[in-house]
Structure formats: structure tokens, C-alpha cells
Write a protein that binds this ligand. Structure first.
Ligand code: BG6
Ligand code: MG
Length: 220
């Protein structure tokens, strides 16, 4: 890469800590259906769309439902999830996220959201993050889920920036694969064991700034 022109951020687990609310809401659904659902099971749902998450949950419980019933179950889970995220505020922005978003502005690096969530707008508004984005692509704009590159390609298009000048920030394996398939470099937020396919991996956005990104990615 010759220049970093845009940063594309996943939402859940990168900018805000919503995984705990997804977990509680899915666990309540599993409790109601009569099977255990652990935090380790929940790892399998990270980065995965709502419908695909329900399929994994039902597979764990060894249960089968028809499409109409599955829709009702997904709605039930989402209703609970929305109750939790309705109460979110800026205290739930993950460490380093706000400073880095501000730094992108200072350096005139464009910023887009690339999230699978259909609740992204509510989360961005409640936490006060909306004004930091030049483009927002979420689960209401996409037809294919990560690891399909669609969400990031739409983000790059909205920012009028070529994929080779974009950096993706992701905490899910499927998201890193989506970035690579979009022709973008990536920063994995989390553990190198699961995110080894990312171009670089850090613990949190606290370890990242524009100078470090340039050092890691800009070669000429
Ligand atoms: C992703 C989360 O960002 O969004 C997944 O990592 C979640 O866990 C997916 O299932 C869809 O979110 P929502 O808010 O549309 O149910
Ligand atoms: Mg995520």
C-alpha cells in the first residue's frame, strides 16, 4: 500500500462491547428452549448474522424448527437485545476507539462502518459515535454476510476509495476473511490464535495510532 486513505470498522467487539448483550439475549432464548448455552458457545456467533447465529444456537441445542418458527425466535431474541442496547451510552465505547476515530479525522483519513448488525444505528446513536463516520454500511444494506466481502466493498465505494487504500478493523475471523477477499489489509482486534489471518493483530484499539498503521502498511 502506498497511502492509507480510509479505515473501515466492524462495530460489535471493535468499537463497542455488545457481545455480552448478544450472549445474554441468546442465553435467555436457549434457557426458554431448555438447553444450556455457554460463553464458549457464544464465541461461534461473533461476526455471524442474526439468522445464521440462530441456526448455530439450534444446532447446539439439537433442535429443528421451520422457517416461520425460526423467524419468531430470532425476533424474540432481538427484542431482548434491543432492550439491553437501548440503555447503552458512551461508557461502553471500547478503550482507544474514540481517540483513534478522532485521530483519523485529524489526518483526513475517511471512516466507514462495516457491520453485520441491523441494530448498528441505534448503538452508534446511543454511544454518540455517529458523527465520526463518513459512511455507514450495516446489516440493512447487505445481502451477503461476512466472510463475503460485500460489506467492506460497499464501504469503500461509499467513501470513493480504492480497496488497496483501505484498512479494516475486525474482531471476528469471518470479518478478517471478508477484508482479505475485498483486497484490503486488516487489523485483528483480539488474539493472534483466532485472528492469525489478519495483516497485524493487536489487543485493542489502544495499541493503534495512525503512525503505527503507516509503519505497518505503507511500503512506498
Ligand atoms: C455482528 C455480531 O456484528 O452482528 C453478531 O458480531 C451478530 O454476533 C450480528 O449476530 C447481527 O447483529 P444484529 O444486531 O443484527 O442481530
Ligand atoms: Mg465484531
Amino acid at each position: 500500500m502506498t497511502e492509507i486513505k480510509a479505515c473501515l470498522f466492524d462495530l460489535d467487539g471493535v468499537l463497542v462491547d455488545t457481545a455480552k448483550y448478544h450472549y445474554i439475549a441468546w442465553k435467555e432464548l436457549a434457557d426458554g428452549l431448555g438447553f444450556p448455552f455457554t460463553e464458549q458457545d457464544n464465541e461461534r456467533l461473533k461476526g455471524v448474522s442474526r439468522a445464521a447465529s440462530l441456526n448455530i444456537l439450534l444446532e447446539i441445542g439439537g433442535l429443528n424448527f421451520d422457517e416461520a418458527e425460526k423467524e419468531k425466535l430470532a425476533e424474540k431474541k432481538n427484542k431482548r437485545y434491543v432492550e439491553y442496547i437501548s440503555a447503552m451510552d458512551s461508557s461502553e465505547i471500547l478503550p482507544g476507539a474514540l481517540d483513534f476515530l478522532k485521530e483519523c479525522r485529524t489526518h483526513e483519513i475517511k471512516v466507514a462502518l462495516g457491520s453485520a448488525s441491523k441494530n448498528a444505528m441505534m448503538i452508534l446513536d446511543n454511544t454518540g459515535l455517529t458523527p465520526y463516520f463518513d459512511a455507514i454500511i450495516d446489516g440493512t444494506h447487505t445481502s451477503a454476510a461476512k466472510p463475503d466481502p460485500e460489506v467492506f466493498l460497499l464501504g469503500a465505494e461509499a467513501l470513493k476509495t480504492a480497496p488497496e487504500h483501505c484498512v479494516v478493523f475486525e474482531d471476528a475471523e469471518a470479518g478478517i476473511e471478508a477484508a482479505t477477499r475485498a483486497g484490503m489489509v486488516s487489523v485483528g482486534i483480539g488474539s493472534p490464535e483466532t485472528l492469525g489471518a489478519a495483516t497485524i493483530v493487536v489487543n485493542s484499539l489502544q495499541q493503534i495510532n495512525v503512525a503505527r498503521l503507516r509503519e505497518s502498511f505503507v511500503s512506498a
